[in-house]
Design a protein around this ligand. Structure first.
Ligand code: IPD
Length: 272
């Protein structure tokens, strides 16, 4: 790792504090009328997104001035390849904009190429999720563990955005239903992954999602004993990628059904 464990300890402590504070700020915005705009098809932005991200970056920059940042709203700043914070100030923005409490703040920390830390605050549920590479994943004080289920009992969340054609999504739904599993779409990729880590659902798949929506949750799934595809391969950090995360016993069935995570990348491209 490009930083030592003492430096990582400091960042873990700062990450948990700032994620909690950002969750409280998001909750304050949720309680009052705010400005909401569309930045793309069914892709929302609210004044809270910018405010929360600015607060997170200001706090972390004050403590770690040489670290780099990649945020959903603010883009990239700082030197690439070193210590990097990846920030989604509000994930589940459409829910947030419509008064639905299923949203969160998601922040990950990368040490070079290693995904080292992740935290997610779901302020309306009083939940703080966190993970550190090699040290497990926790929901509040409880250690998380993925729940293995047979495919016929499995619940798989299928994320959607207009970045992929509608027919790719409907075909994915059909292929998941054909396995005997059921699906849901709750509108926050970060919380969808955290739910897999917590054993509430058994898998999360989306044909394209951005790194700020996924990295913290991916680390949680791995640290909770789950399997994930190589999201960061093929430039996933800056361009996004397909994601599949699940309990290990479902890997073969879900890779076959979704095409995500297959060694044959041509198939991955064909279905997305
Ligand atoms: C979106 C949510 C959604 C996922 C999309 C994301 P945002 O992020 O995570 O669940 O399906 O791919 O873009 O806009 O709410 O931060």
């Amino acid at each position: 790792m490009i930083i030592d464990s003492g430096e990582l300890d400091e960042r873990e402590e700062a990450l948990i504090a700032v994620t909690r504070e950002a969750g409280e700020l998001a909750r304050d915005f949720f309680a009052k009328p705010i400005e909401v705009k569309l930045k793309g098809k069914q892709d929302y932005i609210t004044e809270a997104d910018g405010e929360v991200e600015r607060m997170i970056v200001a706090r972390l920059k004050a403590r770690f001035p040489d670290d780099a940042f990649l945020g959903e709203e603010g883009g990239a700043s700082g030197t690439a390849g070193g210590a990097l914070w990846v920030i989604d100030p509000i994930d589940g923005t459409a829910n947030f904009a419509h008064g639905i409490p299923h949203f969160c703040v998601s922040i990950a920390f990368m040490a070079g190429t290693e995904l080292a830390l992740g935290a997610i605050a779901a302020p309306m549920y009083g939940e703080l999720y966190r993970a550190r590479l090699g040290r497990g994943a926790f929901l509040n004080q409880r250690a998380m563990r993925v729940a293995d289920a047979g495919i016929k009992q499995a619940v798989v969340e299928l994320g959607w955005s207009s970045r992929r054609p509608a027919r790719a999504y409907t075909s994915l739904v059909e292929r998941i239903l054909a396995t005997g599993a059921t699906f849901l779409r709750a509108g926050s990729g970060a919380l969808g992954l955290a739910y897999v880590a917590a054993g509430r659902t058994h898998g999360y798949c989306e044909l394209h999602i951005n790194s700020w929506d996924t990295l913290a949750g991916l680390l949680m799934v791995r640290e909770a004993g789950g399997w994930t595809n190589d999201f960061l391969g093929s430039d996933g950090l800056t361009r996004g990628n397909a994601v599949l995360a699940c309990a290990p016993g479902l890997k073969d069935a879900l890779v076959a059904a979704t095409g995500v995570g297959q060694v044959n990348e041509k198939l991955e491209r064909r279905i997305s």
